[in-house]
Design a binder for this molecule. Structure first.
Ligand code: PBG
Ligand code: ZN
Length: 332
């Protein structure tokens, strides 16, 4: 007989059948939407390199929160752009810092919206690095002073939890950061607040638009001494293992698109939820091509986010969240 016994096309001929056997289904509950908050009044400024994403002052933030809820997105990631920067990143852990104020305000408007706080110092330091730095005397590279930076990071996390953050997302990749933050949160009475660790964060050119948006480009050196080499995946395994041992509740891979193999590796090897960060340049490239009429934005975005989920992401942090949630509900 010349007929093949396996005919995959049998399962593709009918929409109901395709729906029934679909392996990966995106859900608006998977998404976290990043929001940038700044000081000042009546500010809603579009970030030039990230069309559709804005800086909001606190007095304009509520309209954005209402839009997030109207879209059906259930979680936000808050980034602050402070007025004041200094070498120690003081306003990252001030009780009335921009992030702390935003968390309180958002909790007041939308108590059920899940708030994830990015816990890092780079938006708050005048040198733009993620901790206290010194310059290596021979190589001229910026080196983060691990242990003194950890103290400040713990203070930041505790102040965010005190303001009402539901999840702490520490992003500076210093050795021991998860354990230090876990202990700090526990001691301060926040043992139920989970840690979403930026476990596997590559030194990436894909953060370019974000650094414009957050005014957090390093003023000297780069982040290669504390972020990972894009060529490595076994190192990602070591990072994940140490974060798990230190008490992380979720593991993040950042960026997402060029690192889907890393997402898959974490998913297969560990049982913690895996988070993909669909970062700024991944967003901006899509928006630029769409603005030129070169691609079908909706189709590209949904295909890309589905790819991330198929690769292993349980959660996706994405600037497309509001659009994607609306598209999934059948809106245009
Ligand atoms: C801060 C931080 C960065 C991003 C998220 N948190 C920038 C960086 O590490 O330089 C990038 C997010 C994006 O590009 O969308 N540590
Ligand atoms: Zn940082």
């Amino acid at each position: 007989m010349s007929f093949p016994t396996v005919r995959n096309r049998r399962l593709r001929g009918n929409a109901a059948l395709r729906n029934m056997v679909r392996e990966t289904v995106l859900d608006r509950g998977d998404f976290i939407y990043p929001i940038f908050v700044t000081h000042g009044h009546n500010i809603k400024d579009e970030i030039p390199s990230m069309p559709g994403v804005y800086h909001f002052s606190l007095d304009r933030l509520e309209e954005e929160i209402r839009d997030v809820q109207a879209a059906g997105v259930e979680s936000v990631l808050l980034f602050g752009i402070p007025e004041h920067k200094d070498a120690l990143g003081t306003s990252a852990y001030a009780a009335d810092g921009i992030v702390q104020q935003s968390i309180r305000a958002v909790k007041g408007w939308a108590p059920e919206l899940l708030i994830v706080a990015d816990t890092c110092l780079c938006q708050f330091t005048d040198h733009g690095h993620c901790g206290i730095v010194h310059v290596h005397e021979h190589t001229g590279e910026a080196v983060v002073d691990n242990d003194s930076s950890l103290d400040l990071l713990v203070q930041t996390a505790v102040s965010q939890a005190a303001a009402g953050a539901d999840v702490i997302a520490p992003s500076n990749m210093m050795d021991g950061f998860v354990l230090a933050i876990r202990e700090g949160l526990d001691e301060a009475g926040y043992s139920d607040v989970p840690i979403m660790s930026y476990s596997v964060k590559y030194a990436s050119a894909y953060y370019g638009p974000f650094r414009d948006a957050a005014h957090s480009a390093p003023q000297f050196g780069d982040r290669k001494t504390y972020q990972m080499d894009p060529a490595n995946v076994r190192e990602a395994q070591r990072e994940a293992e140490s974060d798990i041992a230190e008490g992380a509740d979720m593991l993040m891979v950042k960026p997402a698109l060029a690192y889907l193999d890393v997402l898959r590796m974490l998913k297969q090897n560990y049982s913690l939820p895996v988070v993909a960060y669909n970062v700024s340049a991944e967003y901006s490239m899509v928006k630029a091509a769409a603005a030129n009429g070169w691609i079908d934005e909706k189709a590209i975005v949904l295909e890309t986010l589905t790819g991330m989920k198929r690769a292993g992401a349980d959660v996706i942090i994405t600037y497309h969240a509001k659009d994607a949630a609306r598209w999934l509900r059948g809106e245009e």
